[in-house]
Design a protein. Sequence first.
Length: 571
Amino acid sequence: MDNFNPQFQKIGDILVHQKIITSEQLSNALTEQKSTKDKLGSILISQGTITEEELVNAYSMQCGHRSITKDEMLKVEQSIVALLPEDFAKENNVLALSKKDNYLAIAMEDPEDLSTLDSIRKLTNLSPEILVAGRSSIKDALESLYEKVKKSGEVESAISKISIVRGDEENEDELDLGSENVSAEDAPFVKLVNLMLTEAIKEGSTDVHIEPGRDNVNVRIRIDGVLVTIMSPPINSLNGMVTRIKILSKLNIAEHRLPQDGRMKIKTDSKEIDVRVSILPTVHGEKVVLRLLGSGGKTLTLSNLGFPDDKLKVFRKWINQPYGMVIISGPTGSGKSTTLYASLMEIQSEGINITTVEDPVEYQIPGINQVQMHDDIGLNFSASLRSILRQDPDVLLIGEIRDEETADIAVKFALTGHLVFSTVHANDAPSTIARLLDLGIPPFLLGSSLNLIMAQRLIRTIDENEKEEYTPSKNELERIGLLNEKNLKYFRGKPATSNHNSGYKGRTAIHEILEVTTDVRQLIYDNASQLDMKKLAVKNGMTPLREAGLNKIRNGSTTIEEILRATVEEN
């Protein structure tokens, strides 16, 4: 019978007894220990003889303490984590897990570290109960959890500096989020909504989605075009949150069955953010999407939009022409407005009158006359444009061409010696021409008025601080079409807290620029097919979107998977 009792044995003997290491490996490690004075467990791990998990199990057998995994540690509540100061916790690699009566459960790698245990007693006035965990898993959990604790602290202080303006501009009564008088039962929801908005603004996100599920509400914010979950409050908080948002955006709080749209303004110390509110009834309750306009703090210049130098030159040439149409196309959220605003900022001067008609006005630019649509009172694109024609503009920006009347005004305006900028929803540059013809513009008018069409997409860029080189699989290279390119280095970002575990930070644009030269004009007059148009444009030097994406992979600023996500294969 085996009388081996791990509680009276040394760690090395336990590992040998469990057949995890051999006696020979143990004596090698002990020899090394004499010179390095390191812990035996650390030496065995650094030699690759055992895994951290095996050491944790042996420790827990030796000292009779339960072990805990990284996943379990990540679920610990912030208020408990914060019981130990961050510097102390990180220096000694200990994490507070839960508190009961006078006991505090903590995770540590070495249960015999008495001086740390003593310090914990002094810091918290509680008796420590030890759970054993691996060094690196405690380290990772500490990083992630203290990041959250910090955020909630920052958010608390930020809330006091933020104010919301209700609904319409006509009667803007500001709400100071820090001190508004709210009944006690509503207070938690007010705090929750403030927390959510502050976090979204701090991260520079464009949208906030509040999505009811069966058991909880999923709150996600869109960062660099991709949704990231920031909190999951229980489902019983949904009504309070939705009511709070409805009050702020002047919507009907009694109506739960119909979609509603509203708006509000948020003022922080540094900026003013226009918020569009959209509420949609779903099977589990009302889903709310908040669109934050003007929350990105980026300065608008053409040079930081990701154009390669040669393409920037072409684009600059055409936006500085005295008349004609410059059209930017792409799906929602592909940065079309940003590019247009940057173009306006570039050509803006005392000598010209620039007027815009937008729905909604996303950025307010000093020195430019911006008109906001109001469909409910009949102020739509065509109505505004007719009035603007009498206002003698030199440059006109039309937020989007979506019907024949708007298209017709834009074309005529361009033909009478004005420069017109606008956007169209289309997949690439050649199909934009087809879309405009489809709206009913005669080919001879369209051909004469167009100067340049640019399709664009936004792609995420690798986080420079977490960048690593790697070798993609053959399948990946085949899908992207780079199998035959030799000596090309591929990079990706390591997931980290700083980049929301995505490996990406920030975005850049890729562009497909079609210059409307004489031969392209002729094809438009002849009502030629999209395919012929594309062939000619590529022959004239147009870089298709996928190719522009490949260039971003070649210069190491993005990954293969990102280009596969953002562009379609050229046929």
